[in-house]
Write a protein that binds this ligand. Structure first.
Ligand code: ZN
Length: 268
């Protein structure tokens, strides 16, 4: 297997795996989405809320804020407290605000950490208050994984796709550039007397270019032996760290299989 790291393109991180079945790299995608543990708000205790948002709506909004950190925390299921919640498995964020003016927006950055968990993005609006309205709450965060609830899913985008193949028949191509305009990803360009594909991995295989070409000069297909993994982190961890964490989870699972087989072999 040959791996090429394309790195960050905008907010997206991409790696290409060549010469391997896409299901292999898809295992990493699924593990990132469902099994990598990150912190998220699990319980919200509201002491005061005189704004217009109901307590449960406010709690829901706080619960969706991406968080980072959590070093030293253990999963509640593995904690001595039996999952009830204690300083070993929970970290607290507090929010205390009184609006100094009308139409005052309270952002996620006002959630102050009292432990190892921090807000990953300070600019998420939580509520709008009028002058004198108050919110005082305590949010208890804990580690979890996307398999349990989507709030622990550390990625907002995770995609595996085959390598697109775009072939241009130069004999048929009249350089009408209709395909250039039709391509929603803008990856075709006329350069001199040639039609060039500028960034083949951005192709979504929509075949708009095939339909737009009056001479049938373009064909689009894919190569299932090469695949790209694209991750868009929501801020808990960098995409690279998410891939490291997913590989560790998979390694542990394979190790369990190996140990189970060895034990069976010894017993027989
Ligand atoms: Zn605990």
């Amino acid at each position: 297997m040959d791996v090429e790291v394309l790195g960050n393109v905008g907010t997206r991180f991409r790696i290409i795996a060549r010469g391997v079945d896409p299901s292999f790299i898809n295992a990493i995608r699924r593990t990132v989405m469902a099994e990598v543990t990150v912190p998220a708000v699990d319980k919200v205790f509201i002491a005061e809320n005189s704004g217009v948002l109901y307590d449960e709506i406010l709690a829901h909004r706080v619960g969706l804020v991406p968080l980072k950190g959590g070093e030293g925390l253990v999963l509640p299921s593995e904690c001595d407290c039996g999952g009830k919640g204690c300083p070993r498995c929970e970290a607290i964020l507090t929010l205390e605000v009184e609006a100094p003016e009308d139409a005052y927006t309270v952002y996620s950055g006002r959630l102050k950490p009292e432990g190892s968990v921090f807000v990953a993005n300070n600019d998420i609006p939580l509520a709008v208050l009028n002058k004198g309205q108050k919110i005082a709450l305590e949010a208890h965060t804990r580690l979890g994984s996307g398999r349990e609830h989507a709030k622990w899913q550390p990625v907002s985008g995770a995609v595996v796709k085959y390598e697109p193949i775009i072939t241009v028949d130069a004999k048929k191509c009249s350089l009408s550039a209709k395909c250039v305009q039709a391509c929603p990803k803008k990856i075709l360009a006329v350069e001199g007397s040639d039609l060039k594909v500028t960034s083949v991995w951005d192709c979504t295989l929509c075949k708009e270019c095939v339909e737009a070409c009056p001479n049938g000069a373009i064909s689009v297909s894919y190569n299932p032996a090469n695949a790209m993994l694209m991750l868009e982190s929501e801020g808990s961890m960098s995409p690279q760290d998410l891939i490291f964490a997913a590989c560790d989870v998979l390694k542990d699972k394979f190790e369990s299989i190996r140990i189970a087989l060895e034990n069976t072999k010894e017993a027989s």
